[in-house]
Design a protein around this ligand. Structure first.
Ligand SMILES: [Mg+2]
Length: 260
């Protein structure tokens, strides 16, 4: 979860000004958390409570508490946040994948991981691609936590979810443009995760692809945290930027699932 927040913060200043290189300052005065971190915190709270409560009011509460994040909420999601009776709207946007990371930590088998990832997505993103994007990210995290080699994960993602992972980051980057879909974000994030040597490298690779940089880096950072330790300076830099209530949920989850 903190890995997602770090990716979100690092990627935030590149969302509308892509930077197609791994060379840049990770934390800049313009770096800030966005909707990806807020929604991640909401799902984390829901998972910490055992996935028993209705996620919709939890997500609405956090988003209403932070109504104007950097990068802003999407138009349809904004309407959903404000709705008295929120209903899913068939979205295939990458919002289901960027908020799911707590599910990737909380369960130790694939059926539960896939079921709760689907549940976390379906309150808004009930299009099959929206569900699949959340499931793929959570499954990759489970497999990474189980110590599966990255080559094994690459093949498992392709066979389980059908994503084409044949291109490298270097091949993706030149032609990749802003894409808010799950199907146009999650395979790229998985590619950055698979190529990375460590956590920081994963986030840098994600930014270097371009596109929806904060969300792409948030998804990549979430997966990278499941495979690699987060360097202490990165943890501290992110925690210095996050409001206390957001940070507290992520730190509690770290203690519960990561023994920190
Ligand atoms: Mg964002």
């Amino acid at each position: 979860m903190l890995g997602a927040a770090i990716g979100d913060i690092v990627g935030s200043r590149f969302e509308f000004a892509n930077h197609k290189s791994t060379e840049f300052t990770l934390f800049h005065p313009h770096s800030n958390y966005t909707d990806d971190t807020i929604c991640t915190v909401a799902v984390t709270e829901w998972v910490l409570k055992g996935c028993q409560d209705d996620l919709a009011p939890i997500l609405q509460t956090w988003c209403r508490r932070y109504p104007n994040p950097d990068g802003a909420y999407g138009a349809r999601f904004s309407n959903w946040i404000d709705a008295e009776y929120p209903a899913p709207y068939g979205s295939w946007g990458n919002g289901s994948a960027m908020r799911v990371s707590a599910v990737g930590w909380a369960f130790d088998n694939l059926p539960d991981t896939l079921a709760q990832a689907a549940a976390s997505a379906a309150i808004t993103h009930n299009h099959p691609e929206g569900i699949k994007g959340a499931q793929a990210v959570a499954a990759v995290m489970l497999w990474a936590r189980q110590g599966q080699p990255k080559n094994w994960i690459r093949q498992a993602v392709s066979s389980e979810f059908g994503y084409d992972l044949s291109l490298s980051c270097e091949q993706i980057s030149p032609d990749y443009r802003f894409d808010e879909s799950c199907q146009g974000t999650v395979p790229q994030a998985i590619t950055a995760f698979l190529e990375a040597q460590d956590f920081e490298h994963a986030v840098r690779l994600a930014v270097s692809l371009g596109g929806d940089s904060d969300t792409l880096a948030a998804i990549t950072g979430a997966m990278a945290e499941a495979a690699h330790p987060i360097p202490q300076p990165l943890r501290e830099a992110a925690l210095a930027i996050l409001p206390r209530d957001l940070a507290e949920v992520l730190l509690l989850a770290g203690r519960v699932w990561q023994g920190r």
